[in-house]
Structure formats: structure tokens, C-alpha cells
Design a protein around this ligand. Structure first.
Ligand SMILES: [Zn+2]
Length: 363
């Protein structure tokens, strides 16, 4: 059973609507800073409405990561209020990742187990994770310096598994230039940017390689001006995901190396890798082994896996810090109307995290 004060805390956090780059993010950050101070952390509100709280303790510090921002616009609560229905709590951002924040606070409130002194901790709650953590990056780098490991409170895999790998993400744009002409002129002097783009979309999707965990998705296309004009310009926005760092250069070369299919058409690429992949490592294996051992002591089996989505775990992992992600509670429907968290999972994950904080399995 979950304690009623934790449900109250979850309600409070969900009822502070906090889409990225809105005043609600500051309100959520202030509330988190207050809670972290009350638990003995030296909490500071950083530039960009991120929160950092340091807790004294033994050894190289562990970093605890979470985020206050959500993908839900202000006003969503009027339509989808916080509510408890049977075993679930629902509401915007409840699962991704306000329940993760509650889990973190509940774990910090638990006294370390007998015989263990708690490790030094750096808590970092970022404010723009849902938009790539652009302003959080320097603070993530600060928190990473000399850290032994990072524990990320993002939602777990369905059923409770933790995440030891996450795909890296690139956002690219292909702009095609052709030559405008009247649609009825025969033979036409025009070169259709739309036809060229259509051919390239098929080639782009052909670059995906499920076996190597590479996905390529043209998610948005646009172009042309009128039915009776051969289109001069068209563009495609492409999401590329990779599982390994060394796939990045290969994919980028493949994109930029696509030859125009129509004589007279030109390609221009822009965009970049927005998050590096988080790769399973020797360090993450040690963290997982410790977490699995603690889970067994609680009578639980812990699975591990990967995720196609990115998180701040990708960023801190790229700085050489071992990462265990997906330590947040179970639920479903992230970024969807059905978003919910399983309430019983919150105290369970909090106990697991408390054990891991005392004994993370890494030096
Ligand atoms: Zn999240």
C-alpha cells in the first residue's frame, strides 16, 4: 500500500502544470527544492529552473536524475484532472515523471539500512528534458564530474524492468530544390521537388536496419505551392535513432550521400544528433547486478532492457558515467491521454532505490 502523504505529494506535483519553458516549471522546481531541503539536501534553484541538491555521505557521489517538465500544455488538467481510479493514478505527467520524483523523495526519506552509510548524493532535477535538455546540459556535466554512477527515475519498462541502454536520436531536415514550371507544358522544363522528395523518402526508410537497432522515420513532409505548378521546393523532417555511437557517422554519411534521383534536383541537409545513444557498459552491468540483488531481497525479479526513447541518462552516460535508467514506477501511456501510474509501484521502487543508494555495487 502507498502512504497517503505520497499520494498527496503526487497530486500536488501533477496539479502544478509544468510544460517545458512555462512558469509552472519554476513552481514545480521550487516545490522540489523545498522537499529536498526538508530531507537534508543543500538545494539550489539553478539558472533555467533546474534544481540541484547535494547530500553529504561517503565515497564518490551518486547522481540522481529526474525532470519537472511535461509534454502537456497548460489547461490539460481541466480536461484530465488528477484522479485515483482503483490501483492507478491518472493525470498529465503523472507517469513521465512526477511519480518518479515522488519515488525519489520517498527513497531519500528512508533511513539507510543497518550497516550502510549512505553515499554522497547529487540530485539534479532538470526543467527542459522533454525538449532535449538544452539548458540543462551544463548542469548535467557539473553533476557528472567525479560521479560514481547516475540513477535515473524515468518510468521503468512495462512490468518493472530497468533500462541499461537507450537509443541516440538525430533530427535532420532534407530540403529539395527543383525547377518551377507550368504543370501543363509538354515537354516540361520543370523539375518536381515533390517527385524527387518522394523518391528520397523511400530511400531514407530503406536505411533503417532493425537488426542493428537503427530506425529512420520521415515524420513530416511539405512542399509545393499549387496544383498547377511543378514544385520548386519540398522538404522532409527525419528522425534517426541509433544504438551505438559508431553508427552516428555512418548514418550521417548515408543521409548526405543520397544522390538526387532527378536530373536538375538538388539536396541540402541540416540538423544534428540531439542525444547520443546510451550504451550498456561494464559499469551499468555492476549497477544492474546490485539492483537485481536488492530486488530479490524484496521478493521481486528485476529485468533489464533498452528503450527507443532518450532521456538525460543518454547525456550523462556520454560523459562516461555508468547509468541505470528506468528506476521510476510502473504504469503506462507516457505522452498519451491514458497516462497513468500504478500507485503500489511507488513505495516498491522507493525501497529498491533506497537500497541501491546505500549499496550501488560500483566503487
Ligand atoms: Zn521523462
Amino acid at each position: 500500500m502507498i502512504a497517503s502523504h505520497l499520494v498527496g505529494l503526487l497530486r500536488d506535483l501533477v496539479e502544478i502544470e509544468s510544460p517545458t519553458h512555462t512558469p509552472g516549471v519554476r513552481a514545480a522546481a521550487e516545490r522540489m527544492a523545498q522537499e529536498l531541503s526538508a530531507l537534508g539536501g543543500a538545494a539550489t534553484l539553478l539558472d533555467g529552473n533546474h534544481v540541484r541538491a547535494d547530500f553529504p555521505g561517503a565515497g564518490a557521489p551518486l547522481v540522481l536524475l529526474g525532470h519537472t517538465d511535461t509534454v502537456w500544455p497548460v489547461g490539460t488538467l481541466a480536461r484530465l484532472p488528477f484522479r485515483v481510479e482503483g490501483p492507478r493514478a491518472l493525470g498529465p505527467g503523472v507517469y513521465d515523471m512526477k511519480a518518479g520524483l515522488v519515488t525519489m523523495l520517498a527513497a531519500l526519506a528512508e533511513a539507510p539500512a543497518a550497516g550502510h552509510r549512505r553515499r554522497a548524493l547529487r540530485v539534479l532535477i532538470t526543467a527542459d528534458e522533454e525538449q532535449g535538455s538544452i539548458t540543462a546540459r551544463p548542469h548535467i556535466a557539473d553533476a557528472a564530474r567525479g560521479a560514481a554512477a547516475a540513477l535515473v527515475l524515468e518510468p521503468c519498462l512495462p512490468g518493472g524492468g530497468v533500462k541499461v541502454a537507450r537509443k541516440g536520436i538525430g533530427r535532420f531536415k532534407l530540403t529539395v530544390t527543383g525547377r518551377a514550371a507550368h504543370a501543363g507544358t509538354q515537354p516540361s522544363p520543370g523539375v518536381s521537388a515533390i517527385e524527387e522528395l518522394a523518391r528520397q523518402v523511400v530511400r531514407l526508410h530503406g536505411l533503417a536496419d532493425a537488426g542493428r537497432g537503427i530506425s529512420v522515420n520521415v515524420g513530416v513532409i511539405g512542399g509545393g505551392t499549387a496544383e498547377n505548378v511543378i514544385a520548386e521546393r519540398a522538404e522532409a523532417r527525419v528522425d534517426v535513432r541509433i544504438t551505438r555511437h559508431d553508427h552516428a557517422a555512418e548514418l550521417e554519411a548515408a543521409l548526405r550521400g543520397l544522390e538526387p534521383s532527378l536530373a536538375g534536383a538538388r539536396h541540402e541537409w541540416s540538423g544534428e544528433w540531439t542525444r547520443p545513444p546510451l550504451e550498456a557498459s561494464a559499469g551499468s552491468a555492476l549497477l544492474f547486478a546490485a539492483a537485481a540483488r536488492h530486488a530479490r531481497s524484496l521478493g521481486l525479479a528485476l529485468a533489464q532492457g533498452g528503450s527507443g526513447g532518450g532521456s538525460d541518462g543518454n547525456l550523462i552516460g556520454a560523459l562516461g558515467v555508468p547509468v541505470l535508467d528506468g528506476l521510476g514506477p510502473d504504469g503506462g501511456g507516457a505522452h498519451a491521454e491514458t497516462e497513468h501510474v500504478l500507485l503500489a509501484s511507488i513505495p516498491q521502487r522507493a525501497r529498491l532505490l533506497a537500497l541501491l543508494l546505500a549499496d550501488p555495487g560500483v566503487p
